[in-house]
Design a protein around this ligand. Structure first.
Ligand SMILES: [Zn+2]
Ligand SMILES: [Zn+2]
Length: 136
């Protein structure tokens, strides 16, 4: 992947650290709030930092939430394909990363003669912890 080995900017490193620490996905404005103390005031700074991280596959965007998470499976190169289970109660987004899903989506694209550029698969529901509570 392009630029993978060039060093990350100071802002990208900060954004990655904030996302890695957070239990739930953060929006660009959540990140901006947490970065004000280090002198970051403009949203474009945050967006540029996020773009660089997404390009390297270190961060994913959760489309349904408009928020971002650090990739916890970076050892596997899968920037183009990330799948998430989003809990509507506690807001956690767990990365699924099942290659069978990616293979199936590619196959469907082929059948439809549809050129897939980006795969976004998100399922919404209750995680084991929240679902367990609801039934208790
Ligand atoms: Zn990932
Ligand atoms: Zn939950």
């Amino acid at each position: 992947m392009r630029m993978k080995n060039t060093p990350l900017s100071r802002h990208s490193q900060k954004v990655l650290a904030l996302l890695s620490k957070s239990a739930t996905p953060l929006t660009a404005y959540d990140l901006l709030d947490r970065m004000r103390a280090s002198g970051v005031k403009a949203p474009p700074t945050v967006y540029r930092a996020l773009d660089a991280l997404i390009e390297r596959g270190l961060v994913h965007r959760i489309e349904s939430l408009g928020a971002f998470v650090a990739c916890h499976r970076c050892e596997e190169d899968h920037a183009a394909a990330a799948q998430f289970a989003v809990c509507r109660s506690c807001g956690t987004a767990v990365e699924i990363l099942d290659r069978r899903l990616t293979a199936l989506i590619q196959k469907i694209g082929k059948t439809m003669k549809f050129h897939i550029e980006r795969e976004m698969l998100e399922v919404l529901g209750l995680c084991a912890r929240c679902g367990g509570k609801a039934r208790a």
